[in-house]
Design a protein. Sequence first.
Lengths: 238, 376
Amino acid sequence: MAHTSIRGLRVAITGGTSGLGRALVGRLLDVGADVAFVARGRDGIERICREQSRAHGIVGDVSRKEDIYPIAIQVLGALNGLDVLVNNASSLGPVPLAPLADTECEDLERAFATNVLGPFRLTKALLGALAAAAREGGAPLVVNISSDAAVTAYAGWGAYGASKAALAHLTRIWDAELAADGVRVVSIDPGDMDTPLHALAMPDADRSSLKDPDAAAAEIVELIASHLPRARELEAAR
Amino acid sequence: MIPAAVAVQRPPDARLIVVDAAGHLVHRRRADFPALVESGDLVIANDAATLPASLSGIHVATGRPIELRLAGRRSLHPRHVDRFTAVAFGGGDFRTPTESRPLPPAFSVGDALELGPLDAVVRTIVDQPRLIEVMFRGSPQQIWEGLARHGRPIQYSYVAAPLAVWDTWTTIASRPVAFEPPSAGFLLDWRLIEDLRARGATFLTLTHAAGISSTGDARLDAMLPLAEAYEIPLRTANAIEAARRRGGRIIAVGTTVVRALEDAAAFDGEVRAGSGSATLRIGALTPLQIVDGLVTGQHEPGTSHYELLRAFQDDSVLGQMIAEAEMHGYRTHEFGDSLFIVRRNEVTEITATSDIRPGRLSAPLSGSGEIAGHSG
């Protein structure tokens, strides 16, 4: 079934109990999307599900290979397919942030496991469903959450920046390769937001200078809406 | 023939025996499958992902261990996950061939089953001692979580290492509604799909909840396949009509696709979009109304898969095909070699079947010119 509005659109979001992810879950439910979200902690999931009875919470850690298929089964089972995947869960690597020379290899690995391998594995596991949505006339979309640290070499942000740069490049290659199957893959830099992740990275930041994650979530909802097929195109495609 | 024992979906040496419309046989590399597809053909695969449908647990009344293999569901609706048909086994695991597994305890209606985090009750006894209908307690969300985290893929005693979920999902796997993998689809990867399009063919899908292929119990196996829920998208239904109008062939990837399409067309010969439950048992006497060709695994006589092949070609041709596969050491079952069979051309049927002998086949060919044109 193809959607020409966000109402009824099937959206999965990782890292859905904190910061941008949590704001996105709320925004998307408000505009009528069917939402499944993934997070590591059951408590946080249950808290959101109490507030948002239509949200479908899934316990899982995208950095763990063994969790990917149980997550995929629950996403596809709950939503009966998938139109949009938002790979939002992110790891800073070392906390507090450290120069690369002081970064433990394990912290670098964790950043790549969460920010690169996790989105890669989950996208791959859900790609069949996304391609099916395209065959049924939809315009499936993968949104990978990026950062200006993926572009600019900020001292102290090595693990995070390098892994987000890898994700951004992966995004461009996925997008080129999947065009024929009707699946778009984009990345978006939501800006410096007032989120728990940012507080971990820069505890002394002036919070008033930071963007409200809800504003960033609204921009991502706009981005998703801008990729929806137009009703006329849909009719022609049949 | 010997079963393939290693869970590799696309072994580089996989082979394909081709039976054309005239009943001629040729050996090919399976990777050459796109070369057998012609411009205007419509290739349809089953995009069902596979549930980890094996649930281990305890029969509460007796305290005895059981394994339930989920085998059927009334619809593919995501909220309809409370009731399943299931085949029950006693203790032990997949290393014991199913035919040697102990029987489960005798079930009574209302018996409680503890299956990891899932609580179920026996709702109906369909066929003692193994075939039951169970009902899971809890919300659909809790049931999906229990299935996803506790379930394991149904295993095969001839595959040495335990299968993980990712071994059982085809590249195109979408909604998790199959109980065993629609394994003919293992030959597909994204590059091959691109190759099909480059040949001028159309690639589309349907979703069919493939059931279990064997229980190890001869009486139950004779009842297979059970009714299987399916859904045919509008675009697929429209493309079938368009392909038939232009004389393109409908090529099914897997027997489940044949079952769904022929079941959908059983009413008046037209495939309409929507959902259904495939109950048709396809065999020698079934007139195929939709499907012109089938790519599938290697299956031995006596199985329901083999019975279905008899709708495509005469027993004499199938006998030659089996003899050829035996002689060349084709591997059977989910991770084995494949077969591409085209529905017999009624006009050339008699001459086609009279001049084939085992051992007269050519070695793998590089061109596609050996394959006859459209059937029907």
